[in-house]
Design a protein around this ligand. Structure first.
Ligand code: NAP
Length: 308
């Protein structure tokens, strides 16, 4: 019977640990912890829909097991792997080749096993772009974007993606301002072009303070929450409704709740909002496209994530 979570020890004796499992496990998500991951439901629905004879499982690897665990993928006939917290940055230096995009982001969330070699990709940033298009009907490249939590892994992936897309403006906000400043320095080559949106600087890092936020928000179209604030039920909204202007589109990357505190604050202010479910879906669809070089069955993946 398929286990909820496989371990490094299982991977070392894979034939034995997965005996009788049909179709065989050839894809997995690894993290520490990983038991909460919804990726198996989404990808197993996609595999079934496409008639691909493979099962997707959860694989718990501790940081000290990661390098050896990755080396066991090819001998055990894996097609690929998804990588989640806390391994995304570490995997970058453990694969044979890193896609240019993942290198710029500095993190890998998708691994393809090809002819015994591991290739690292990152679909978080491109997934966010597709999600914003699906939710609001706009392209990130046309937007003036503010990222809350520009010091974390997701915030960084999204900020680099905004740079690659060439968005109109990018304002980075982080509780620890120094991290946002460093990221802004790194991204400055992307924002050297001429101003389309007035005299304000195209790229800025600002402190998480009411006055600083207020002075920027009327020059922003899209606010993305990439902090972990809102994951717990008792959390406050990272932006109070009094600061949210009705013209703003608010994308909360958190997907553990249907209506996050930030979305409730957006409702109060009359602004449109969406949660991170669509980013989760699209980063998964992009990973599927990397593994199988074919379009992902989005509707089946969406339904599986929703538990339908
Ligand atoms: P992370 O690397 O731990 O980063 C956490 C970020 O949140 C940092 O910027 C941190 O600021 C900030 N933060 C934490 N507590 C805060 C507080 N009380 N006040 C203000 N800022 C605070 O985590 P991550 O992996 O980037 O994940 C961040 C969020 O993205 C999570 O909610 C996760 O669910 C979401 N996410 C969603 C998807 C998706 O597909 N929808 C994919 C990836 C991640 P400091 O730098 O100051 O500590």
């Amino acid at each position: 019977m398929l286990k909820d979570v496989y371990t490094f020890e299982d991977l070392q004796h894979w034939g034995e640990a997965t005996a009788g499992i049909q179709p065989p496990i050839r894809l997995a998500v690894t993290g520490d912890p990983v038991a909460h991951s919804a990726s198996p439901a989404m990808h197993n629905a996609a595999l079934a829909k496409c008639g691909i004879a493979a099962t997707y499982a959860r694989l718990h690897l501790r940081p000290e097991e990661l390098a050896a665990g990755l080396r066991l993928l090819a001998p055990n006939h894996f097609i690929g792997l998804n990588v989640t917290i806390p391994h995304k940055a570490a995997v970058l230096s453990l694969v044979d080749t890193v896609d240019e995009h993942a290198r710029k982001i500095g993190a890998v969330n998708t691994v393809l096993v090809e002819e015994g070699k591991l290739i690292g990709f990152n679909t978080d940033g491109p997934g966010l772009v597709r999600a914003v298009r699906a939710e609001f009907g706009v392209d990130v490249r046309d937007m003036r974007v503010m990222i809350l939590g520009a010091g974390g892994g997701a915030g960084r992936a999204i900020a680099v993606q905004c740079g690659i897309e060439g968005c109109e403006r990018l304002v980075l906000v982080n509780r620890t301002l120094e991290k946002a400043r460093q990221l802004a320095d790194e991204l400055s080559p992307y924002f050297k072009g001429p101003h389309v949106s007035g005299p304000l600087s195209r790229l800025a890092a600002i402190p998480w303070e009411e006055d600083a936020l207020k002075s920027q928000l009327n020059q922003i179209d899209l606010v993305i929450n990439a902090t972990s604030v809102g994951m717990k039920h008792a959390d406050f909204s990272p932006l109070p409704s009094s600061l949210i202007l009705p013209h703003l589109m608010i994308y909360d990357t958190i997907y553990t709740s249907n209506r996050t505190q930030l979305m409730c604050a957006a409702d109060e202010a009359g602004a449109r909002s969406a949660n991170g479910f669509s980013m989760l879906l699209h980063q998964g669809a992009l990973a599927f496209e990397i593994w199988f070089n074919r379009e992902a069955p989005l509707e089946e993946m969406r339904a599986a994530l929703l538990g339908k």
